[in-house]
Design a protein around this ligand. Structure first.
Ligand SMILES: [Zn+2]
Length: 290
């Protein structure tokens, strides 16, 4: 695994240290501040073949998404076996594959981001994590927090699916049901985190959930024989999976693991009731609003 060189702001490109926990960019001249990308010194991997570095090494068998340990932070993982989900061939449509992310622990792709984010939280010695969730992130955070003996404080809208609520409480998370929507839950976390000593592990408010989700990009390319697909159709909420996959493609091209210049077309699929990415795209906006 490589050491993190620095964290880079996605907006102003300022470089921040990863020696201490970071949230958003502290150098942005304008608000809202940019999210941070994890950057590594990967020069030792340039010219390598992915088969040389992905998966097992002599010292340790890396399974699931941690098979990409060479492009993830050099820390001891908090893992429940996330990642390396099946790529299923569509019976109805030729040339279409379905990435079965329901096979992840706690049943969704949220496991990837939260495995990585909780791994780093434990590395930094954080004791209390807080998050707003409309469902799947709650179960995933609760599970990884339980696995690392860290407190999880979760705020969910009262009409959230019962299964997600039960799952989070069964894992020992402190769950508060809120009369409101997800943005009300986010506001409560924002108002109380300083006083309570919580670290806000909300999506795009810390650098490592993107970093976990980028493994989807590596995986789908490896599962296609280190070739890009023509297009990726991706159901998304805030867009972190899309961002993560795009980051993976950029890294793979820098490493020479795929041919540059033929990235897949990315399609964001959203429900009409929650479509910030589609709305921003249709409006020609430079950023989406949650
Ligand atoms: Zn910035």
């Amino acid at each position: 695994m490589p050491a993190i060189a620095y964290l880079e702001c996605s907006r102003c490109h300022a470089r921040l240290s990863a020696d201490t926990p970071q949230t958003l960019c502290t150098q942005c001249p304008d608000q809202p501040a940019g999210a941070l990308y994890v950057r590594y010194d990967l020069t030792h991997l340039h010219g390598s073949s992915p088969s040389d570095v992905v998966g097992q090494t002599a010292s340790q068998p890396w399974s699931g998404m941690w098979r990409y340990h060479a492009v993830l932070p050099s820390v001891e993982p908090v893992t429940l076996g996330e990642g390396w989900t099946p790529m299923l061939r569509s019976k109805r449509h030729r040339g279409v594959y379905l990435k079965e992310e329901g096979a992840n622990p706690t049943g969704s792709f949220k496991a990837r981001g939260l495995s990585m984010a909780v791994t780093m939280a434990r590395h930094y010695g954080l004791r209390k994590l807080a998050v707003p969730s409309a469902g799947n992130a709650a179960g995933a955070l609760a599970a990884y927090a339980a696995a690392s003996d860290i407190e999880a404080h979760i705020f969910m809208p009262r009409d959230v699916p019962l299964a997600n609520y039960v799952e989070a409480t069964a894992y020992g998370a402190k769950v508060t049901l809120v009369d409101g929507v997800i943005s009300d839950c986010a506001r409560i976390v924002g108002e109380r985190k300083q006083h309570e000593g919580w670290f806000d592990i909300s999506t795009l408010k810390e650098p490592f959930r993107v970093e976990g989700k980028k493994t989807m990009g590596y995986e789908l390319v490896e599962q296609l024989g280190w070739e890009y697909p023509d297009a990726v159709f991706y159901p998304t909420g805030g867009g972190v999976g899309l961002i993560g996959m795009w980051k993976a493609f950029e890294e793979m091209e820098q490493l020479g693991w795929v041919k540059p210049g033929k990235r897949p077309r990315m399609f964001a699929i959203q429900s009409s009731g929650c479509a910030p990415v589609v709305r921003a795209f249709d409006d020609g906006a430079s950023a989406s609003q949650m």
